[in-house]
Design a protein around this ligand. Sequence first.
Ligand SMILES: Cc1cc2nc3c(=O)[nH]c(=O)nc-3n(C[C@H](O)[C@H](O)[C@H](O)COP(=O)(O)OP(=O)(O)OC[C@H]3O[C@@H](n4cnc5c(N)ncnc54)[C@H](O)[C@@H]3O)c2cc1C
Ligand code: FES
Length: 284
Amino acid sequence: MNKILYKKQLSQDVFLMKLHSPLISQERSAGQFIILQVDDDYGERIPLTIADADPVEGSITIIFQVVGKTTQQLSKLNEGDELPALVGPLGKPTHIEKFGTVVCVGGGIGVAPLHPIAEALKDAGNKVITIIGARNKDLLILEDEMKTIADEFIVCTDDGSYGRKSLVTEPLKEICERNPKPDMVIAIGPPVMMKFCAETTRPFNVFTQVSLNTIMVDGTGMCGGCRVNVANEAKFVCVDGPEFDAHKVDFDNMISRLNSYKEFEKEMHNCYLESEIDRKERGI
Ligand SMILES: Cc1cc2nc3c(=O)[nH]c(=O)nc-3n(C[C@H](O)[C@H](O)[C@H](O)COP(=O)(O)OP(=O)(O)OC[C@H]3O[C@@H](n4cnc5c(N)ncnc54)[C@H](O)[C@@H]3O)c2cc1C
Ligand code: FES
């Protein structure tokens, strides 16, 4: 059940894994995600986007960044290990059609969920302009894969260690200033990046979609953990999303909700690291 078929480290903190999951591989569409659990006793359930799927092999691909306890535990598993729980596909698939020119903006690990969407948009006949960005060169992922899909491809790093030295919003603004302007933008990355992509496209009135990465617990719309305000209405990212009209999302509220759990998460992470060191010192 849920065996790890393949594991590859993409950068210092980013891993790709293929998981055996025949049913999910057949059912999933671009934009959907799974929830998995690494430890069946006290494990947290974490959402990860389905980055790719192979229905013939019966596998799905996840790409994740180690940020805390569960992603760290997951990164330590190896080919042949099994996950105790894996559910999906969850969330609404991305609405794919021929819009015209679509700008796909990915920041950091956000490039992983963006890749299947950009691929599906290209297959639907759109002109795809891709902007990917990261803090530095070592944190860039899926550059070749995104370049292959794109009609026009721009790479940015915050520190200028690779590509253009700028935030992704700079080339995004220039593309919106073109005549004709793009028909649509899809931005996936850290919440603050998505907020500023929305503010960049708003004056140009270019429809902008974002995929929100709120904290999730049950993934069924029951717990309320993933609640966001969209056009002044409460929405649940797990069942109403994860994609929403960026110009209607209350990002400040979302960011403040994410930050309200930060101290607990840090505590959990430190407890986990301390118990790991303790176990190693005791030779267990
Ligand atoms: C629909 C959806 C799809 C996602 N897809 C991916 C993916 O494909 N790849 C990937 O690497 N991550 C993805 N995420 C984010 C991923 O779920 C979190 O990184 C993970 O839950 C963190 O768990 P943890 O126990 O390792 O860290 P925790 O100990 O829970 O947190 C450690 C640190 O990470 C921050 N953090 C926790 N959760 C999130 C979050 N959801 N977004 C941003 N920061 C967070 C915390 O604020 C804290 O500072 C997705 C999230 C959602 C909602
Ligand atoms: S995760 Fe519980 S309502 Fe969305």
